[in-house]
Structure formats: structure tokens, C-alpha cells
Design a protein. Structure first.
Length: 123
């Protein structure tokens, strides 16, 4: 089994970035963003390589996340898959200018389904 640093230094085929909202802090619910980064190697093996909480989902938050990954020796991945959040896409382009970017199909479909009337959706 590779150490985290060894794993980060291996070449990644793709990196997936996602976020979750909400967290419990001191027995009260506060609004915060948890940024999750999964890496996929050339064999298709997935690992979570970062989980970081941030006060907001913004380009600067994603920039900090990506800088932390680069500080841990993450080389530029070949492909980054994420939703189309403007700040996220901007941070990807700034942090990993040589990586290809693809919009996540799940997020894309969720965005489309918002405009489909409920009675038109299949169960």
C-alpha cells in the first residue's frame, strides 16, 4: 500500500471535485461547505485525497484547496471533473492550466431537471 505522499506523486488520470453543504458545530447547525477531492489512477482505483471544510463555496476556497494539494506534491492531473461552478472552474484553470476539464454528468443532469415539471419526470 502506498503512503498518501507516494500516492499523490503518482500520475492521476482524473480528479473529481465535489462539495456538500451543512455541518454540525457546537450542537447547532451552521452553513459551511465541505470540499471533497477524489483521485483516480491509471488502473481506475479511486481514493479520497482531500476533505476540507470552508466557510463558502468560492473561487478562493477552491484555490486554497488546490494549493494545499500542490503543497502535498499533487502533480497536474490529466482530467478534472466537477460541476460548473464559476469559481471552481476558474480555480481549476488557474491551478492546473494543463489539465483538461469536464463537467460532471450527474450535476449537469440535476441542473437540467430543475426546469422539467415534476409531472414530466419518470419515477
Amino acid at each position: 500500500m502506498l503512503s498518501m505522499l507516494e500516492w499523490l506523486c503518482t500520475e492521476l488520470m482524473e480528479v473529481e471535485v465535489d462539495q456538500q453543504l451543512g455541518a454540525e458545530k457546537s450542537q447547532r447547525i451552521v452553513s459551511m461547505v465541505v470540499l471533497i477531492v477524489c483521485g483516480v489512477d491509471e488502473n481506475g482505483h479511486r481514493d479520497i485525497i482531500a476533505v476540507e471544510s470552508m466557510a463558502e463555496e468560492s473561487g478562493s476556497s477552491y484555490g486554497v484547496l488546490f494549493q494545499n494539494l500542490e503543497d502535498r506534491s499533487l502533480s497536474t492531473p490529466r482530467l478534472i471533473i466537477s460541476d460548473a461552478h464559476a469559481g471552481l472552474v476558474s480555480a481549476i484553470r488557474e491551478s492546473f492550466p494543463d489539465a483538461s476539464w469536464q463537467r460532471c454528468k450527474v450535476h449537469f443532469m440535476r441542473n437540467i431537471l430543475v426546469y422539467v415539471p415534476q409531472k414530466e419526470k419518470k419515477s
